[in-house]
Design a protein around this ligand. Structure first.
Ligand code: 4NP
Length: 155
């Protein structure tokens, strides 16, 4: 299973989602390739935000080797599932889709926990550190649900 996590800048939320997904997949023995990207190019080539690296580290996850990149149309072919953080990311990604198959790959990550509710992971960039703790716990819960569902699908 190839999973892409997408946010706006690819420095705060989606790098965390990528790191958490890799950690959980490894611990549960699932064959998952995880990556992340941003819909915008502002931070291309940069490491994750310091606050994301810190909250990940608190949970023994190292995301410091990640570098931001922009979402590309070819990601629709390179990945099986594309999890976006918020409704703007959803609109921006869907605008690049060229088939219904592409569209069906995309979902808001919180729908893994609250199916059909279309909730957004809030952008923590302009807030304080507590925002990053909150984002971490939302993504942790979502990635757990995704991994549990994958386990069911593969058995
Ligand atoms: P992210 O957060 O989408 O979770 O990576 C943001 C990072 C940077 C900006 C916005 C959101 N920015 O405007 O530079």
């Amino acid at each position: 299973m190839r999973i892409l996590m997408v946010c706006l800048g690819n420095i705060c939320r989606s790098p965390l989602a990528e790191g958490i997904m890799k950690d959980k997949a490894e611990k549960s023995g699932l064959e998952v390739v995880a990556d992340s990207a941003g819909t915008a190019a502002y931070h291309v080539g940069e490491p994750p935000d310091q606050r994301s690296m810190e909250v990940a580290k608190k949970h023994n996850i190292d995301i410091s080797n990640q570098r931001a990149r922009q979402f590309e149309v070819r990601d629709f072919d390179a990945f099986d599932r594309i999890y976006v953080m918020d409704k703007n990311n959803y609109e921006d990604v869907i605008a690049l889709a060229t088939s219904t198959e592409d569209v069906e790959k995309v979902d808001l990550i919180l729908n893994a926990v609250n199916p059909g509710e279309n909730r957004s992971v809030p952008d923590p960039y302009y807030g304080g550190k507590d925002g990053f703790d909150k984002v971490y716990s939302m993504l942790e819960e979502s990635c757990s649900a995704i991994v549990e569902n994958l386990k069911k699908e593969t058995t």
